[in-house]
Each structure stands twice: as structure tokens, then as C-alpha cells.
Design a protein around this ligand. Structure first.
Ligand code: G1P
Length: 352
């Protein structure tokens, strides 16, 4: 079996973070989202992985996966963003006649993909789709299931026929390629994977659903990133490899090699990444401080602070923040007492 990870999307709902980097390369609990996908695929015994990238995401995705040991990664270029089924079609030659997992590169799963691959191998359907019961299915593909078989699939329906959302894992035989080749674009101008699967159903193929065990996150919005960060940090094993001086660490705290924590309090679960500095600061639960970031004379909790970001002298505790790579939040001493902001397009600031 092979696997493709789709990492060509623009992540428009996550702007401004995705103005400068693709969503699968954003760090959650210290690691780029796409690393969890690779890890889950490898854990299912799959060694051949194709990553579908676009001209806009190729370099960052490749840089993010460079040095990922023990896997053979093929990069497949999707020239234009024309939908998930179109992304799949760009990988057709590489996939050849192999059955394969299609994994959406911005989705996170607590328990990986082994149950999906096992069920596919045991039942031999033409397609197996991961499903999750959600409160508001309108922003997802939605499935109607009868006796374990999916009998109908609709993309982002206004009036959902069930509460079963399509989660971002699909397992296919090569039968999907012929249906994809005959697809017409949807109302929003994309080649939809849900239409392709509906096409399989229409031809009498067996399409099964399997409910995701444990949590599943589609990291569409900043709130989702923070929640995924919380869920992943909850499982970390405490470990101190960096320097901790005159500080208090409580609960599950990881201080990576080369990080310095000085005169600070850290309440876990929290991750202080390699090369970062936390000084005279409070880092509260569910916070990940990225590589080479700095938190000085400030307090931060339930937040993601990305690589090389700086938080300095901020009087009010920062909470529920996503601070992008190299971004700075600092107080300004002296007069005038004013906020001075340099914000990229579509940035969000809530001042308390
Ligand atoms: C895509 C699929 C949708 C699926 C979702 C899962 O939507 O089209 O069927 O439920 O991923 O994350 P997107 O997030 O690309 O809008």
C-alpha cells in the first residue's frame, strides 16, 4: 500500500499565518502538522509516501520534511488548486495500480490510521472513509450510512442529511482513478473527492465508513490550532534537557536541549523548544514555545508561540494567542502611552 498526503492548499481561513507558510508546516505542540501525518502513515506500515504540493507550498513543505528519517517521500506537483480529487489525479502515475491512503495534510488524529488500513485490508471495499459525528456538519463532507456502507455523500450541505462528517482519511483501490477522470467541477469550481466517491457508489462499488476513535481535528481556524495544541500537549512526557535556573516547573513540562528557563514558573503541559529563552516569565498550561523564541518579563498561557517569535515586557497575560514565526509582541516604555502596531494583512489583535 502507498499513501498520499495532500499539502497543496492555501489555508485561507488561517490567514495571516498562511500568507507566509502552508498550513501543514505550522507547528502544533512543537512539530509541524505534517509530521504527525507521516508518523501515522509509517506506524501503519506504509513506507512509500507521496506528498502533493503546489508551486506556492512546495519549498516550505519540502523543508519541513527534510531529514525525516526512514521514509521515501515523493513530491508531486499540483499546478493549480482545483480540489481534492484533482490533487489525487496528479498523483495517479505515481500511485499506479496500488491501493492507497489519502491523508489530508492539515488533519490531526489522536489514534492514527491503523484501524482504517486494517479494516480496508480485512473487508476489501473499493473505498473506506473516516467519519466523525460532529455538532455542525455543514462545513464538511457529510455521509449517510446504512449497515456499515456509505450510501450517499454530500460536500458542505446547507441541510446535512446526517451528523457524520468526513474526516481527512480515505483508503482507495485504483478504481477511484477512473471515476476521478470523468468528474465535472462542482458549484465552487473544484473537483470534489466527495463527488468521486459518490460516483463509485453510483457504479455499485462498496464504500465503507469507519468512525474515528479518539479526537480528530481539522485545523481550519486559529481556534482549532490552539485546541489541537492543547490535546497534543496533554500527552507529552515531562523531560528536561535544557537549562533550568531558579525556576519552578509544575506538571508535564518539556524543556528541550539548548533551551534556557531562568527565574520563571512553567505550569504544564507546556513545551519549551530547543534554543528558546524563557526569563522572568510565567508560561501557563497548554503552551508551546517554538525553537529560538523568547518570552521575557511576560506571561503567556494556552498559546502557540512559533519559531523565533519574541514576547517581551508585556504587562497583561497573553492567552489564546497564536504568534507567528519571527513575530514580536513587546511593550513600549515611556510616552506617548499608545499602541504601536505593525500588522500583516488579515492579522487579528484583541486589546484588553
Ligand atoms: C475537505 C473535504 C471535506 C472534509 C474535510 C475534512 O474540506 O472536502 O469533505 O470533510 O476536508 O477536513 P476542506 O477542509 O478542504 O474545506
Amino acid at each position: 500500500m502507498k499513501a498520499i498526503i495532500l499539502a497543496a492548499g492555501m489555508g485561507t481561513r488561517l490567514r495571516p499565518l498562511t500568507h507566509t507558510r502552508p498550513k501543514p508546516t505550522i507547528r502544533v505542540a512543537g512539530r509541524p502538522i505534517i509530521h504527525y501525518a507521516v508518523e501515522n502513515i509509517v506506524a501503519a506500515g506504509i513506507r512509500e509516501i507521496g506528498v502533493v504540493v503546489s508551486p506556492a507550498t512546495r519549498d516550505d513543505v519540502q523543508a519541513s520534511l527534510n531529514g525525516y528519517a526512514g521514509v521515501d517521500i515523493e513530491y508531486i506537483l499540483q499546478e493549480k488548486p482545483q480540489g481534492l480529487a484533482h490533487a489525487l489525479s496528479t498523483a495517479r502515475d505515481w500511485l499506479a495500480d496500488s491501493p492507497f491512503v489519502m491523508y489530508l495534510g492539515d488533519n490531526l488524529f489522536e489514534n492514527g490510521i491503523v484501524p482504517f488500513v486494517e479494516k480496508f485490508n480485512a473487508d476489501n471495499p473499493q473505498a473506506l472513509v473516516a467519519l466523525a459525528a460532529v455538532k455542525d456538519p455543514r462545513q464538511f463532507g457529510v455521509a449517510v450510512v446504512q449497515d456499515g456502507r456509505i450510501v450517499r455523500l454530500v460536500e458542505k450541505p446547507q441541510d446535512p442529511p446526517s451528523n457524520l462528517a468526513v474526516a481527512g482519511i480515505y483508503v482507495f483501490t485504483d478504481a477511484i482513478h477512473e471515476v476521478v477522470a470523468g468528474l465535472e467541477p462542482s458549484g465552487r469550481g473544484e473537483y470534489e473527492i466527495t463527488d468521486a466517491i459518490q460516483g463509485l457508489i453510483g457504479r455499485g462499488a462498496r464504500v465503507e465508513g469507519l468512525t474515528v476513535e479518539g479526537w480528530w481535528k481539522d485545523t481550519g481556524k486559529a481556534e482549532d490550532l490552539l485546541d489541537a495544541n492543547r490535546l497534543l500537549l496533554s500527552g507529552i512526557e515531562p523531560q528536561v534537557a535544557g537549562q533550568v535556573l531558579d525556576s519552578r516547573l509544575v506538571g508535564r513540562v518539556v524543556v528541550e536541549d539548548g533551551a534556557v528557563v531562568r527565574e520563571s514558573t512553567i505550569i504544564g503541559p507546556a513545551l519549551i523548544a530547543a534554543g528558546s529563552l524563557v526569563e522572568n516569565a510565567f508560561v501557563g498550561p497548554f503552551t508551546a514555545i517554538g525553537p529560538k523564541a523568547e518570552v521575557r518579563d511576560s506571561e503567556v498561557e494556552y498559546s502557540i508561540v512559533a519559531d523565533r517569535a519574541v514576547i517581551k515586557d508585556v504587562a497583561t497575560r497573553l492567552q489564546e494567542c497564536v504568534i507567528g514565526v519571527g513575530a514580536r509582541v513587546e511593550s513600549r516604555r515611556g510616552l506617548p502611552r499608545a499602541h504601536r502596531l505593525v500588522l500583516g494583512d488579515e492579522s487579528r489583535v484583541e486589546i484588553g
